[in-house]
Structures are given as C-alpha cells and as structure tokens.
Design a protein around this ligand. Structure first.
Ligand SMILES: *Cc1c(COP(=O)(O)O)cnc(C)c1O
Length: 366
C-alpha cells in the first residue's frame, strides 16, 4: 500500500520536540495570544522576508481578514483564478465583494497575467493570485499590472510556503500573503492555523485588532471584530516545524524530479513544468490525462492513493450557482478539472516508492 500522504513519519521524527513544545505550553498556564504566537510570528516573518506576520485561526480567514482590513465590500471587485480551491473565492464573497475569475495560463495551473489586464475595471480593488500546487504564480507580471493602477495584491500562499520567485519568498511579493497551516500543507499544524505576512505596519495592526474582537486593549473595542487567533499550542508546534521546512521542500523537489524523470514520454500524459523564474515547493505533483478514470482505477488496484485537485471548479459549484456562470464559462479551468490527477507526494516519500508509482502510471497509459 502506498498512501497519497502519510502524516505519521513526520510526527515520529519530531515527537521529542513536539512533546517538549506541548509540555512547555501546558505548563505555562497561558493558551491564547501569548509568547509562542509572538515568537512564531517573528520567526515566520523572518523566514518569509517580511516585516510583519500576524497569526490567525486558519488560511481562509487570513485571506478574508486582509480584504476586511482593506475595507473591501459590496461594489468592489477582486480578480481571482478560475482554477483554484474554493477558499480563494469564499474569502472574497464573505466580505460581500464580487469575484472576477480569470483563466489560467495555457500551461497552467496559475492565473494568466495576460488575461488579468482585460478583467480590470474601475471597481477592481484587489488581485488574489494563488500559488497552486506549490508553483508560484507570475508575480512580476501581476505586480506590474497592479502597481500601475493602485490595485492591491494578496497572495494565496496556502500551498506554497517557502517557494520563491526570482529569489523572493511567496507571501513577501504582494501587499500581503495569506498562509494556511492546515495539517497537510507544506508546513502544517496539528489542527487549524493561518497567518498573514506583510511589510505594511498598518495592515498588520488592523489584523491584530480584527482577530481579537476589534480590540487592542482588553475590553476596549475599537470596531466590531472577530475571534480568529492562532493558538499557543499550534504556534509552539509550528515553531518546531519551521526550521525543517526548507529541507522538506528540498525532498519534495527531489521527488518531483524523480517523477518527471520516470514519467517523461508516457503517451497522453502531461507533466507539471514550472517556469524558469519560479522555485516551486511541490505541495502536489499533478499530472494530466484524458484517461484519468482508467488511471485512478489502475492505481487503486495497485494499492496506490491518488487525489483530484480539484474535480469541480468554483464557478460550477452549487455554492456559486447564483452567479449563473454555467458550463463553458471558464473552459480552461473546466478542462483541468476533468484531467488533473495528483500522485502521492510528501517529504517522507522514498524514491523507490516514486519509481513504483511511476511504473504503474507508465504501464497503464502505454
Ligand atoms: C488550504 C487552502 C486554503 C485555506 O486554508 P485553511 O487553513 O484550510 O482555511 C486557501 N487556499 C488554498 C489554495 C488552499 O489550498
């Protein structure tokens, strides 16, 4: 059996350090917004190369709260990828703004800057590129478009912690970066967690107020805020994991390279290819084939896990039926939804295991 992702090896590897972090927090008697969160925020900001980091309850609220902090709402438009996980869209509609979907580049999977220009209107307030599968979006082109027009850029870094564009970390290029520490992400907590990275002190301060009932000083409420805090235990666990992130991403790179090496030339199989300027972190290794159903069946039979990221694009979800963007509205996103397949990937995976998976894929499609 080869699972799609096995979370247990990392726990086994880090158990003594995680146990120590657990004991430290439990014995401190302080569990929300304390020293661990503060320390993690400083360490994660330093890692990403930003002046500030604000810990939040999850990645979705990290995206959403940045839009709230910029006072976006009804009448405002936010450009989002047509090809993404639904969280990206949910953050925009949660504040009452309008999603303006833009198709991916022909090579995929990320938003096509050439198509962004055509989608900009006088109401466009923000662009929300997603670094899908750990592959950075074309940030230089996006920032050039946005800066010229005074439009804000918020990066969805949920799948790309540690990735770089021409030497700069994802999350440090736009006006803000939203991160998720859901357990399966490249750096994940043991529960939910999220953060925003930014160089903007005003944005960071507003986020600190918004996450804590709209208050800076206890029981003094400056605005109607929320409860969205990264907790001390999760922050302490993340502090154990952060120093390992680069090495884990390096392992993911080796695994991706091995897949590409073993799968090259397989008939009817599209392989992921990151642009020259990008340093991806391979959250997922996603192939494309019109014979997906057959391939999933063969992998299943061989005891190999695989997943589809994602089978239904946001515009075709029941949740967005009211937008009346039916089938055919975003054909590139729809084609990806019908052909993508994620193969097993994780920093703990052995190269021999990669070879086993690749052999089944090749045999099935040849
Ligand atoms: C996981 C994910 C999110 C949301 O993160 P949560 O912490 O689960 O709320 C947002 N965007 C993308 C692209 C994701 O993969």
């Amino acid at each position: 059996m080869i699972p799609f992702l096995d979370m247990k090896p990392i726990y086994a590897e880090l158990k003594p350090e995680l146990d120590a972090a657990y004991a430290r927090v439990m014995e401190s008697g302080w569990y929300v917004l304390g020293r661990e969160v503060e320390a993690f925020e400083a360490e994660y900001a330093a890692y990403c190369g930003t002046k500030h980091c604000v810990g939040l309850a999850n990645g979705l609220e990290a995206l959403e709260f940045v839009l709230r902090a910029w006072d976006l709402g009804p009448g405002d438009e936010v450009i989002v990828p047509s090809n993404t996980y639904i969280a990206t869209w949910l953050a925009v509609t949660a504040v009452g703004a309008k999603v303006v979907p833009v198709e991916p580049t022909p090579a995929g999977p990320n938003i096509d800057p050439d198509r962004i220009a055509a989608a900009i209107t006088p109401r466009t307030r923000a662009i929300m590129p997603v670094h899908l599968y750990g592959e950075p979006a074309d940030m230089d082109a996006i920032m050039a478009l946005a800066d010229r027009r005074g439009i804000k850029v918020i990066e969805d870094v949920a799948q790309a912690q540690g990735s770089k564009v021409r030497g700069r970390r994802a999350g440090a290029i736009g006006d803000a970066g939203a991160h998720s520490f859901f357990p399966t992400k490249n750096i994940g907590a043991y529960g939910d967690g999220g953060a925003v990275t930014t160089d903007d002190p005003k944005l960071a301060e507003r986020l600190r107020v918004l996450r804590n009932y709209g208050s800076r000083v206890k029981y003094v409420n400056l605005e109607r805020g929320y409860n969205s805090r990264l907790d001390e235990l999760q922050a302490a666990f993340l502090r154990v994991k952060l120093p390992k992130l680069d090495a884990w991403n390096e392992r993911r790179r080796a695994i991706a390279a091995r897949y590409t090496d073993k799968l090259a030339g397989t008939p009817g199989l599209g392989l992921p290819r990151a642009p020259q300027w990008a340093e991806p972190v391979w959250h997922l290794y996603v192939v494309r084939t019109k014979r997906r159903a057959e391939l999933v069946k063969a992998l299943d039979k061989a005891g190999i896990g695989s997943l589809i990221h994602y089978p239904i694009p946001p515009h075709l979800q029941e949740a967005y039926a009211d937008l009346k963007q039916g089938k055919g509205s975003y054909p590139l996103a729809e084609e990806l939804a019908e052909t993508v397949l994620s193969l097993p990937m994780g920093p703990q995976m052995e190269l021999d295991t990669v070879d086993e998976v690749a052999a089944v894929v090749r045999a099935t499609l040849s």
